[in-house]
Design a protein around this ligand. Structure first.
Ligand code: ZN
Length: 291
């Protein structure tokens, strides 16, 4: 099952083979791992540095709630020794199949120790019943995930413990700085309520004293009647910006925005370059809520 590339094997002792997904994991020079979403790839790379090669299942523009892997991704998965799950929906469906093709895959829950809250309620305060998977949008919770990733990397590859520890420390310190920077960015915020199509910002809102009003109801576009209620609510709260992301239709967000004269703001909660993206996101929220 394990494909070996002669060129990669040749170079394996001197450097990691880029430009190819194929690596020899029996030699464990570079630890091959898989993750579900792009921000996790950033987390693993920050802790693992040059000692890890990360395969991402949900690529740019894909939607982690309903994603289905391609055959080539399934093949890439067989190279991995570790799979870092985070709790996005597609894992529930696909993990048994991943384990069927890769029975030795070591599954690590990066959400271990994190108490997840119920999926953000619709406008009337009814919880949808599911637990909110968007834990990568909270710097505080990413610190927990980084620690879990560190523990797993040390477990899988104890020879590089010192480097993993240095990677962890540097990442944790960057997260602390990010958190301080977001707090200072948000000091200008005047309105704390915001509307968003997809309820990705529950933990982010909780961390920074904001209140999220999601448009999507139980993963669906709202009905005409629900949309009308949402428009009333948006008026009542004087909503001037509605956040959307490219993975979801912005039809209902645009309908509400047009009705109340608000602006639709496209944000990306799934960018790979997590640290700088979080500051970009904070700036977008501050611009919208600070006027
Ligand atoms: Zn989501």
């Amino acid at each position: 099952m394990i494909k070996k590339c002669a060129f990669c094997l040749l170079l394996l002792t001197t450097h990691a083979c880029t430009g190819s997904n194929i690596q020899s994991y029996s030699d464990v020079e570079v630890l091959s791992v898989s993750v579900s979403i792009l921000p996790q790839a950033y987390f693993v790379e920050r802790v693992g540095g040059e000692h890890v090669a990360v395969n991402v299942m949900v690529g740019p523009g894909d939607e982690p709630h309903s994603y289905e892997p391609t055959p080539s991704q399934m093949r890439a998965l067989t190279q991995s020794k570790v799979y870092f799950i985070i709790g996005v929906e597609f894992e529930k469906t696909w993990m048994p199949r991943f384990l069927a093709v890769s029975p030795d895959l070591h599954v690590v829950d990066t959400a271990a120790g994190i108490e997840r809250m119920p999926m953000a309620a619709a406008y009337d305060g009814e919880a949808a019943g599911e637990l909110d998977p968007h834990i990568w949008l909270s710097p505080a919770l990413v610190k927990v995930q980084a620690q879990n990733i560190y523990d797993a990397l040390v477990d899988a590859d104890p020879a590089h413990t010192v480097d993993y520890h240095a990677g962890l420390e540097s990442f944790l310190s960057d997260i602390d700085q990010l958190d301080a920077s977001i707090r200072s960015t948000f000091s200008i915020i005047k309105i704390n309520k915001f509307m968003t199509f997809h309820p990705a910002w529950g933990y982010f809102a909780r961390d920074y004293g904001l209140a999220m009003i999601p448009i999507e109801i139980g993963g669906q576009e709202p009905s005409a009647e629900e949309l009308a209620r949402m428009i009333d609510l948006a008026r009542q709260y004087d909503i001037r910006f509605i956040f959307t992301q490219k993975e979801f239709s912005s039809k209902s967000a645009e309908a509400i925005a047009e009705e109340i004269g608000a602006q639709v703001v496209l944000v990306d909660p799934l960018a790979r370059d997590w640290l700088s993206n979080m500051q970009t996101l904070a700036n977008a929220f501050a611009r919208a809520l600070g006027q």
